[in-house]
Structure formats: structure tokens, C-alpha cells
Design a protein around this ligand. Structure first.
Ligand SMILES: [Zn+2]
Length: 253
């Protein structure tokens, strides 16, 4: 913002003293609006708040008082948003069969009636995070206090089942803004983004979806998927197989 203010002052002085075109001022404002908007939709820019968007290169382990630091190998994290949902059970079956641990970011309002699935996620070693309570289209237009309420309500719903505190939050739609930054900070959560967006929610063809993910994937990627999508369930066995063939292992967050 300081840079922008200095730029505007510089341009205004140029217009006043040197006869620059006033259009330069409009160009500055448009540039600022574009940057603010991109910062909002591109979570990996860490523009309004820091998010974890890739796996850390180093893995730190504490075991019986011993500290060890390992360089992470070819590891990726599979993350599933918007559940528990229609395909969560089948996805849990596939993950169990393949011996893969993943992370589920749950919508609070979807939990009632599906408590057994949440219990199963915990029992089978998956990480469970928070993905707001309502995930409404207006989520990002709410006050910081309202967003914080949604976050805490979902934490309570998860913790009532698992008895384990929830620490990870994934912003709905991956959109961030100053109010959300405040809500995340006040609720003591850690924001989790991604580095590979599969676009499974709009994918029509399983092979195309698989090809797209496999052509982009690299070590350390956090891959965004959705357990409400039928295509995600369908592609998952082949996706895990292809990743294993390329010597990837799997981390939960
Ligand atoms: Zn979502």
C-alpha cells in the first residue's frame, strides 16, 4: 500500500507539474484493484495471510526425546474438500486398500448424520481439517466475527466426534481477504492452501483428469480434490497407482 501511495503521489505530481496524462492515475488504480483481486483468489500468493501451499522440504520428527530432521523425498499430499459427502465412504475404502493416508477438509453442516465417516477418518490415520460451516457463496463477504463463528462451530462438530483439537483450516474456494485473515488468526487456525488444483469439480473425463494431474505433479505438491465428486472416486485408484509407479509416497497434513 505504501508503494502504491508513493506511486500515486509521483503520478499526481507528474500530472500537475509535467503535464502527464491523467489516464496514468486511472491506470494506477486499475493495477491496484487487479493486484488486490488476484491476491484474493490466488491463495499461494500469501497476499492477505500466510497459507501452507506445499509440503515442507524438511520433515522434523520427535521420537522418545530424539530430534531427527529428514529431507522429504518424493512425497505428495492428497486433500479432499467439501465432505463428508456422497463419495467419502468409497474414497475411504480406496485409501484403506492402497494404504494411503490423506487429509479431509470438512464442511461443518455436512457432518450431522455422517459422524461414523468422521470417526473412520481418524481411526484410519487421515488428517481432518475445517472448511467452514456453511461454505456459502457469501462466505467471503461476511464479517471477521461471523467467519470466526463458522470456523469454531465446525471445530466443535469435529472435536465432539474425534476428541482431537482441529488446527487446519482451508478457506472455501481458496479465497482469502483481510476479514478471513483476522478470523483465522483469532481462532488460532493454520491456513492450508494447495499447489495443484485438479479441477475435479468441473472435469468430465476421467482419463483427462488423470492426465492433467500426472502431467503437473511434482514432489511436495498438495493436491486439491473433492470427495463430493463421483469422478474423483472413479479416478482415485488409477491416480494412486500412477503416483506409486513414479515412486511418490503420500503424506497427510
Ligand atoms: Zn470447498
Amino acid at each position: 500500500m505504501l508503494f502504491f501511495i508513493l506511486l500515486v503521489l509521483h503520478v499526481a505530481a507528474g500530472i500537475y507539474f509535467n503535464g502527464y496524462s491523467a489516464w496514468w492515475l486511472l491506470a494506477c488504480v486499475l493495477a491496484l484493484v487487479s493486484i488486490l483481486a488476484l491476491g484474493s483468489i490466488l491463495i499461494h500468493w500469501n497476499f492477505y495471510m500466510p497459507s501452507v501451499n506445499t509440503l515442507p522440504i524438511l520433515k522434523v520428527n520427535f521420537n522418545r526425546g530424539q530430534l531427527s530432521v529428514l529431507q522429504r523425498g518424493r512425497q505428495v499430499a492428497l486433500t479432499f474438500d467439501d465432505g463428508p459427502a456422497a463419495h467419502t465412504e468409497a474414497i475411504l475404502d480406496i485409501l484403506k486398500k492402497e494404504g494411503v493416508q490423506a487429509t479431509f477438509f470438512l464442511i461443518g453442516k455436512n457432518i450431522e448424520g455422517r459422524e461414523a465417516l468422521v470417526q473412520r477418518m481418524l481411526a484410519e490415520g487421515h488428517s481432518i481439517g475445517n472448511h467452514s460451516f456453511d461454505h456459502g457463496f457469501n462466505f467471503d463477504w461476511q464479517s471477521a466475527a461471523k467467519m470466526e463463528q463458522e470456523i469454531l462451530r465446525t471445530n466443535e462438530a469435529i472435536e465432539a466426534i474425534t476428541g482431537t483439537p482441529v488446527k487446519l483450516f482451508r478457506p472455501p474456494y481458496g479465497v482469502t481477504n483481510p476479514n478471513l485473515a483476522k478470523a483465522v488468526r483469532n481462532s488460532g487456525m493454520k491456513s492450508m492452501g494447495w499447489s495443484l488444483r485438479s479441477m475435479d469439480t468441473v472435469a468430465k473425463d476421467k482419463d483427462q483428469l488423470l492426465g492433467k494431474i500426472m502431467s503437473k505433479v511434482k514432489a511436495g505438491d498438495i493436491i486439491l480434490l473433492h470427495d463430493r465428486c463421483a469422478i474423483t472416486e472413479t479416478v482415485l485408484p488409477e491416480l494412486i497407482k500412477s503416483l506409486k509407479e513414479q515412486d511418490y509416497t503420500f503424506a497427510s497434513l
